[in-house]
Design a protein around this ligand. Sequence first.
Ligand code: SF4
Ligand code: SF4
Length: 110
Amino acid sequence: MSESEKRDLPGYEKVLGLSLEDKLYRVRYEVDRNRPHIKVNEAVCRSCTDKVCTSICPAGVYKLKADDPSMISVSFENCLECGTCRNVCEKEGIEWRFPDGGMGVKYRYG
Ligand code: SF4
Ligand code: SF4
């Protein structure tokens, strides 16, 4: 499909013009704050030099801490459950599981 054909698709400009935050706002979640489905190993992450998780997550779950850039913060509540992070973290710094039944991302609009 050519670029011009893509531009004719319904919602194309609308989607491209949205920030990540705007896009995530359209996703519905049931957040289990008592049992986060992602945990990281602080010692492993501190010694990790590439911190690839901060650049591959489509939802921006992993970020360098502003006040402590040798460590990352994890906004697990925004996770889209794509599984990419646990595959690319070669240091095995991530403990990841699917959220409990009924919790996590809901792939429905509205
Ligand atoms: S989660 Fe993995 S890639 Fe991210 S900082 Fe920790 S060890 Fe590095
Ligand atoms: S599973 Fe996907 S969306 Fe969730 S934290 Fe990992 S990379 Fe991000």
